[in-house]
Design a protein around this ligand. Structure first.
Ligand code: FAD
Length: 278
């Protein structure tokens, strides 16, 4: 069972609780991005089980008529076992998404997975004419040129600062350099993309920049934030633009919860306050 302290960040252990959470978000004009927690599987059966759960989840989202999509991790779909394992599972999930009109995002993991992830995205972006999205990370030096490649493709792109500690030979590592790179990626994406940009950040300055670029270039965009982080801001922003909340669920919640706490002391205080006031 998920302890009360983690419940602010994780929508329960089973799909039904996550679906209920997203229904509540939809009432407040916020969409849901459902993510079944799991990564770096070494057993083929784990990747197969998660792929099957995503297929069922897509059906559940459609049956409940939710404003929701899903987001999958390559290593959850078996990338560590082989690119063919990942691609096979992704193929099934994207086919289910197509059948039920549910958008499929691909999360981006560490830099060793960037090429295979972008290649898989390109394949499905072309095959579905844009019913998939991929995440790119501003902390990687390669990302500005990856954005040139992505601008030629249908589909949506999620811009993030980057959650993985990457080597300084290939990545910006100081907060200032990452923030500068993120600003540059936002400007480039709004200037060159047609199908839409997702700015996934809790940073008010970056969200203001996205709005400014939207006014300048007219590119459609959405803001994405995590469950449990700046939720009041999510509801306020949703009054004037599309907002999606990333909603993780599942029984592998422990490492995700620790990541949120490590990321920011304020998250620990928020989780504690939620427990004390519940
Ligand atoms: P930060 O630099 O962490 O924070 C900037 C400012 O935001 C702070 O100064 C503060 O003003 C505000 N802020 C941040 N947190 C809080 C808080 N708890 N309370 C109040 N204010 C706060 N990373 C990947 O590598 N791959 C992915 O696929 C990926 N997908 C993501 C999907 C979504 C929807 C989101 C939101 C993030 C994703 N990330 C992903 C994580 C991302 O890379 C960052 O690590 C994470 O979002 C933190 O960066 P930030 O832009 O929010 O800004």
């Amino acid at each position: 069972m998920i302890p009360p302290i983690a419940r602010s960040f994780v929508a329960g252990e089973v799909p039904a609780t996550a679906i209920t959470h997203v229904a509540g978000l939809n009432e407040r004009n916020v969409g849901g991005i459902l993510n079944l927690l799991g990564e770096h599987y070494e057993e083929p059966a784990d990747a197969t089980a998660d792929a099957e759960e995503y297929v069922t989840l897509v059906q559940d989202i459609a049956a409940a008529d939710l404003d929701a999509c899903i987001s999958v991790k390559p290593s959850q779909l078996g990338l560590d076992l082989g690119a063919d394992v990942f691609e096979g599972h992704l193929e099934r999930i994207v086919a289910a998404g197509q059948e039920h009109d549910v958008f499929v995002w691909i999360d981006m993991e560490d830099h060793t997975t960037t090429n295979v992830t972008l290649d898989a995205f390109e394949h499905h972006a072309r095959a579905t004419d844009g019913d998939v999205g991929v995440c790119v990370q501003a902390n990687l030096e390669r990302t500005r040129s990856d954005l040139d490649r992505l601008a030629e493709l249908p589909g949506k792109v999620r811009l993030v600062k980057g959650a993985y500690d990457e080597p300084s030979a290939i990545a910006h590592t100081s907060k200032k350099a990452i923030d500068d790179a993120f600003r540059a990626c936002i400007r480039q994406a709004f200037e060159t993309f047609d199908d839409g940009v997702a700015v996934a950040s809790h940073d008010p300055e970056m969200i203001a920049l996205a709005e400014e670029c939207h006014d300048e270039y007219g590119t459609p965009y959405e803001v994405q934030m995590l469950m449990g982080v700046r939720e009041t801001a999510q509801y306020e922003l949703a009054e004037s633009r599309p907002v999606y909340q990333y909603v993780p669920y599942g029984n592998r919640w422990l490492s995700y919860f620790y990541r949120r706490i490590r990321e920011r002391k304020g998250n620990a205080l928020f989780a504690l306050r939620a427990v004390l006031t519940s």
